[in-house]
Ligand binder design. Structure first.
Ligand code: ATP
Length: 289
């Protein structure tokens, strides 16, 4: 399976939300990163055929998705950012309803719904009304419904928003087990989620892809540029004014330990640290922060 984006653009009035992005996506997990307004949701909505591009094309195995129409949509699973739940429905009713909308035969819909509710840890809540669910539980239900039609292309807009650390681990494992032979595209603001889930990271800024690659490759570009500096309050303030400080905490003896991103050793006593994707993100978006 191959999904090709060819100079895909979307303009809203004067605003260019997605600006001539091109890519060839093969099975794997793609993590879309970018600040608010970078164009992630707009791109995902075009990928899911709910928003028509202003120009450019999306093709599945060389055939335009416009021409494929319903056939293309049958390969898709989508969790939109603002998913509408029906509060009075139970989780199982909701899954059944979504299955019917997707044209899944009633004979398989209940079994598959229960399997998916199990996979997202909601099996015991199957008969509870959605209005009693926490944000994280609703999010898990949203992920489950996106998988109902066993999609070959799964598009998840901020799937980890509202999940607690345990739910995040479950989600990561779920995606890992699901992703074989499938194209999974997910966006998130939680950089560490992308680092642990994605085979490829795509960083978006102002509608364009500004960076792409395996998380380790992207992170290795910052090797030798992340430091720990232990400083008193005045030194810490000076470091913060000159460099990007990714993190700060107090040491047991009351000093400041700063995680500093700097091209050269920022203080004589600084010790090198291993970079993370979050450091890369802060480095790329340093002007906007
Ligand atoms: N329907 C619309 N009409 C006008 N402008 C829009 C519309 N949808 C999106 N935009 C604009 O396009 C740009 C990209 O928005 P988009 O929602 O795709 O960004 P995003 O990266 O998903 O942001 P977030 O992380 O906040 O969801 C923003 O400037 C936004 O205001």
């Amino acid at each position: 399976m191959e999904l090709t984006l060819d100079r895909l653009s979307k303009q809203f009035g004067e605003k260019i939300a997605v600006d001539r992005v091109s890519a060839t996506l093969t099975p794997g997990v793609y993590g879309l990163l970018g600040a608010n307004g970078a164009g992630k949701t707009t791109l995902m909505r075009m990928l899911c055929d709910v928003l028509r591009p202003t120009s450019g094309q999306i093709a599945l195995n060389g055939r335009s998705v416009r021409a494929l129409g319903a056939e293309y949509r049958s390969h898709l699973g989508y969790l939109p950012q603002d998913f509408g739940y029906y509060p009075e429905f139970t989780a199982l009713d909701f899954m059944g309803y979504m299955a019917a909308l997707k044209g899944i035969p009633a004979s398989v819909s209940r079994r598959r719904s229960l399997e998916l509710l199990d996979a997202v840890g909601l099996r015991d809540m199957a008969k509870r009304r959605i209005k009693t669910f926490s944000g994280g539980m609703k999010q898990r239900l949203g992920i489950a419904q996106a998988m109902l039609n066993q999609p070959g292309i799964l598009v998840l807009d901020e799937p980890t928003a509202g999940l607690d650390p345990k739910e995040r681990v479950r989600f990561r494992n779920l995606i890992a087990s699901f992703a074989q032979d499938k194209i999974v595209i997910l966006s998130t603001h939680i950089v560490s989620d992308v680092e642990s889930i994605a085979d490829e990271v795509i960083v978006m800024r102002a509608g364009s892809f500004i960076m792409r690659g395996h998380p380790e490759t992207i992170v290795s570009a910052l090797e030798g540029k992340v430091w720990e500096c232990v400083a008193d309050t005045r030194e810490a303030a000076a470091l913060e004014s000159r460099f990007i400080v990714a993190n700060a905490h107090y040491t047991p003896d009351g000093r400041n330990a700063l995680r500093v991103i700097a091209d050269r050793c920022p203080t004589p006593s600084a010790t090198p640290l291993r970079p993370t994707l979050e450091d890369v993100y802060l480095h790329v978006f340093r002007d906007e922060l």
